[in-house]
Design a protein around this ligand. Structure first.
Ligand code: ATP
Ligand code: MG
Length: 265
């Protein structure tokens, strides 16, 4: 059985793309066959996995519009993750899709013939709640919400959770909200923990373990075209490895390990 995971938060810069790339590479290291899908017209995931979106002939855009089958747009990356890339063309997909019936189902339909080839598919949603994110949530079995633990992190979470509920009611009744993933987490201050416990209490949202610490390695990795997992040992890479193990065990049937922001760590 293939697991399809959407990583979504309409707030920008909360480490959605970093999470998709690093978690994907960590699952490959665990022996899984992984496909990541770039649903952001900015193509940051595509770029961070070593491909220049401006030089690609085929992308998720043609797949969503039905001009190409998904197999023909998937490319390899240095980390061993298969990538369905995005180019700026995707910015126009929103308008094209809006005129079509079943527009929320375009990605789900396109991925269906590919699912047998992968153990896990991870979808990087853009920072909006538009038709592309609705496609990501409709194609997924579960959704993970990266949350940057800073003041006002809760703003927009309610709206995102309402969207998830609407998707569950209308296009994807089986969608499971896995929970929030604390990102850019600073364990040295109580601030990160306070923000996190406020958000998880306010929305009754499970918090996944482990929190991903803030480290400078991520910016370096993005520039190099390989994920942080490819570099030297560091605590950010280790956190994503631990998250990958937590999720892989959960998908094999165990309980999801959660993080309690109240406890010092
Ligand atoms: N744990 C971390 N420590 C330090 N920097 C990080 C960490 N995770 C991500 N970053 C940096 O934060 C920035 C935003 O990350 P990223 O692009 O993954 O966020 P995003 O949610 O996908 O953004 P967007 O909403 O624009 O798509 C990037 O420069 C990335 O390198
Ligand atoms: Mg992104």
């Amino acid at each position: 059985m293939t697991t399809v995971l959407a990583v979504a938060n309409q707030k920008g810069g909360v480490a959605k793309t970093t999470t998709v790339a690093s978690l994907g590479a960590a699952l490959v290291a665990l022996g899984q066959r992984v496909l990541v899908v770039d649903l952001d017209p900015q193509g940051c995931l595509t770029f961070s996995l070593g491909h220049n979106p401006d030089r690609l002939d085929a992308s998720v855009h043609e797949v969503l519009t039905g001009d190409l089958v998904a197999q023909d747009a998937v490319i390899d990356t240095a980390d061993g993750v298969a990538l369905l890339p995005a180019t700026i063309d995707l910015a126009g997909a929103e308008a094209l899709l809006l005129m079509r019936p079943g527009r929320e189902f375009a990605l789900k339909r396109a991925l269906a013939p590919l699912l047998d080839d992968y153990d896990t598919v991870i979808i990087d949603c853009p920072p909006s709640l538009g038709v592309l994110t609705l496609n990501g949530l409709t194609a997924a079995q579960s959704v993970l919400v990266p949350l940057q633990c800073e003041t006002l992190a809760h703003r927009g979470v309610g709206q995102l959770l309402r969207t998830v509920t609407e998707v569950q009611q209308i296009t994807n009744p089986d969608l499971v909200l896995l929970g929030a993933l604390p990102t850019l987490y600073d364990a040295r201050t109580t601030h990160s923990r306070d923000v996190l416990s406020d958000v998880s209490d306010r929305y009754n949202l499970p918090v996944l373990a482990p929190p991903i610490p803030r480290t400078v390695r991520f910016a370096e990795a993005t520039a190099s075209g390989a994920t942080v997992l490819a570099g030297r040992k560091n605590k950010g890479a280790q956190a994503y490895r631990d998250l990958a193990e937590n999720l892989a065990k959960h998908w094999a049937g165990s309980e999801l390990a959660t993080f309690s922001p109240g406890s010092a760590e």
